[in-house]
Design a protein around this ligand. Structure first.
Ligand SMILES: C[S@@+](CC[C@H](N)C(=O)[O-])C[C@H]1O[C@@H](n2cnc3c(N)ncnc32)[C@H](O)[C@@H]1O
Length: 322
């Protein structure tokens, strides 16, 4: 349905979370190595905390990535072509796409996100800032489906994934996700994607352990959600944030560590934690350009161009569906 204020902005709710949060938490905490998928960070507060992470000096990605879009917008637009249907899974605040919209001038923009209220607001704000733009916002879980609203016009499809969101997937999942994107854009479609590069361990670990503790709050917000939505009784003081670079696997790991032996009850089910035991909440894989190229090629993409910064911190790739 269209929003009341702007007929060019419509919101389509595919209700991504009806059953899944409860099931994922109960299942994930019953495992030998407790884990909860990162997509559940993003309720409205989680999305806002993520925006706050983007402001932290230690988190280098937004500054470096945004500068690359600013510097190379014309080249990117040429590869994408005019009047494309631009699709952004995990669009968040839709901030980065704004650096490209005037240059690309897509026929339609389709932001997709699991965080419904946040998506709704971001789409309305975008419609106000770019009155010519047709926005078809889709609230969905992109690990389940990449569904385009029926009203989206025909046209060359290009998927845009900034912020290294691909890094949250394990390798087989990343492969599957890229394959799904290749199916969505078809032969002749495109993919513009930002991917964080492997680099010095100290730089990476600083980025995920900001001094202000915002990343810690973001991580702990998962327990707040469980308490609020699933009748949990996590004591937030009894868990702490931990993030480190696992060099062997090429990924930042985020955990919530139990400060003591304790039990927690969720919706009547009881879970035991030993002192020091972790809930693994997120991975963020880092890729050498060749590693990403191989992954994308196996999913049916051919790399056309890559842009990187002088410090080789971050890579943006444009690929064609073949
Ligand atoms: C790492 S943030 C990146 C946000 C933005 N693209 C950027 O570059 O700043 C990931 C975004 O993807 C969304 N997200 C995470 N998992 C998702 C899922 N399974 N389905 C849909 N959206 C998801 C989150 O709500 C969040 O907005």
């Amino acid at each position: 349905m269209t929003t009341a204020t702007n007929p060019k902005v419509s919101f389509h709710d595919y209700q991504p979370e009806l059953e899944s949060f409860r099931a994922a938490v109960l299942l994930g905490l019953a495992r030998e190595h407790k884990q909860i998928p990162p997509k559940f960070f993003y309720d409205e507060r989680g999305s806002q905390l993520f925006e706050d992470i983007l402001e932290q000096a230690e988190y280098y990605i937004p500054t470096v990535e945004k500068r690359l879009y600013q510097e190379h917008a014309a080249d990117m637009a040429q590869l994408i072509g005019r009047d494309a249907v631009l699709i952004e899974p995990g669009s968040g605040s839709c901030e980065k796409v704004q650096l490209l919209l005037e240059t690309i001038r897509p026929a339609a923009y389709v932001p997709m996100d699991i965080s419904g209220d946040f998506l709704r607001k971001a789409s309305c704000d975008l419609g106000a800032a770019f009155p010519w733009l047709h926005v078809y916002a889709a609230c969905l879980d992109f690990t389940h489906e990449l569904r385009l609203p029926a009203a989206v016009p025909e046209g060359r499809r290009v998927v845009f994934i900034p912020g290294s969101s691909l890094g949250n997937f394990d390798l087989p999942e990343a492969q599957h996700f890229l394959f799904q994107i290749r199916q969505l854009v078809g032969k002749g479609g495109g993919l513009l994607i930002g991917v964080d590069r492997k680099k010095d361990k100290a730089v990476l670990e600083r980025a995920y352990n900001d001094a202000a503790g915002v990343t810690a709050d973001f991580n702990l917000n998962l327990l707040v959600r469980i308490n609020q939505e699933l009748e949990g009784n996590f004591d937030l003081e009894a868990f702490r944030h931990e993030a480190f670079y696992n060099e062997q696997l090429g990924r930042i790991e985020m955990h919530l560590i139990s400060r003591k032996a304790q039990t927690v009850s969720i919706d009547g089910e009881v879970f035991r934690f030993a002192e020091g035991e972790s809930i693994h909440t997120e991975n963020s894989y880092k890729y050498h350009p060749q590693e990403f190229g191989t992954l994308a090629q196996a999913a049916g993409f051919q790399s056309r161009q890559m842009w990187t910064d002088a410090g080789q911190l971050f890579g943006i790739y444009y690929l064609d569906g073949i």
